[in-house]
Design a protein around this ligand. Structure first.
Ligand SMILES: Nc1ncnc2c1ncn2[C@@H]1O[C@H](COP(=O)(O)OP(=O)(O)O)[C@@H](O)[C@H]1O
Ligand SMILES: [Mg+2]
Length: 260
């Protein structure tokens, strides 16, 4: 179904937390320029998988190959260097900072000055850059100088996704980005995700919302009890098919879909 190799391919990932086996030989892949929905019931291991693929958790076993090269000693920083950005389910914006500061969090641009490389923050540059990124992605923020804590859930999520989009050159993981949002806000986050996909980035969307998954994804990977149990091309299937795979109710195989 894809002629190119995946941007990222994980095979046989195992991850336990004490006695809890969160991943039991999980496989996963994402290709450039696609939105792949990662779905599964609560506790299926989706968040653990994403954290493992973004260098937060070290897997107990299995391999992660990015652009054809197996990654070892994977850390959040090495994931970033590889062009992988993540918006975690437990949203990680700094509430007291404004959107510009959040966009550049941990990556502040210093201005050359009398103090040389210890110059001060180049706020004008960062603000201009942030504003153009928000505009490019269609994220409307009335006042880029007001703190995140004063913003609506939709605006916050817009900032979080924009930050990931601003830095990701390969892959963005979004763990339930619309879970706390209303209809209108959800629609704008989904539009944003499509724009990011259209730049050639691989977008991985975890979502519980079947309508969102069916509306926005190109492909679906289904997890159940710590493993991938199905992969499907969205265009050829119905939401019921996905739900059946999530709950283990089917083991049917369609033409475009290979049940594993
Ligand atoms: N840091 C952790 N410590 C202990 N158990 C965890 C931790 N993270 C996840 N788990 C457990 O791993 C399993 C999978 O969780 P998770 O990956 O969050 O699933 P999902 O995102 O699909 O709902 C669950 O049983 C959960 O309680
Ligand atoms: Mg989760």
């Amino acid at each position: 179904m894809h002629e190119t190799r995946p941007l990222l391919e994980a095979t046989g990932l195992v991850k336990s937390f004490g006695k809890v086996k969160a991943l039991r030989g999980a496989d996963f892949s994402v290709y450039a320029g696609e939105i792949v929905a990662l779905v599964g019931d609560n506790g299926a291991g989706k968040s653990t998988l994403v954290k493992t693929l973004s260098g937060v958790h070290a897997p107990d076993a299995g391999s992660i190959v990015v652009d054809g090269v197996e990654v070892r000693d994977f850390h959040p920083l090495s994931a970033r260097r590889l062009g992988i950005e993540t918006v975690y389910q437990d949203l990680a914006l700094a509430p007291t900072l404004d959107p510009v500061a959040n966009l550049f969090l941990g990556r502040e641009v210093l201005r050359e000055g009398i103090l040389g490389r210890f110059g001060f923050l180049d706020k004008r540059y960062m603000r201009a850059k942030a504003e153009s990124k928000f505009a490019e992605l269609g994220v409307r923020i009335q006042d880029v100088a007001s703190p995140i804590s004063a913003m609506s859930g939709g605006q916050r999520q817009g900032v979080a996704v924009s930050r990931a989009a601003a830095w990701a050159s390969k892959i963005i993981f979004l763990d339930e980005p619309t879970a706390a949002l209303g209809v209108v806000q959800t629609r704008s986050v989904l539009d944003l995700i499509r724009k990011v996909r259209d730049t050639g980035v691989g977008v991985v969307l975890i979502s519980h919302s079947m309508p969102d998954v069916m509306a926005v994804s190109d492909r679906i990977e289904v997890m159940r009890l710590g493993k991938r149990v199905a992969r499907m091309i969205t265009a050829g299937i119905k939401a019921e098919d996905v739900v059946a795979a999530m709950t283990g109710a089917t083991s049917t195989t369609g033409d475009s879909n290979d049940e594993i």
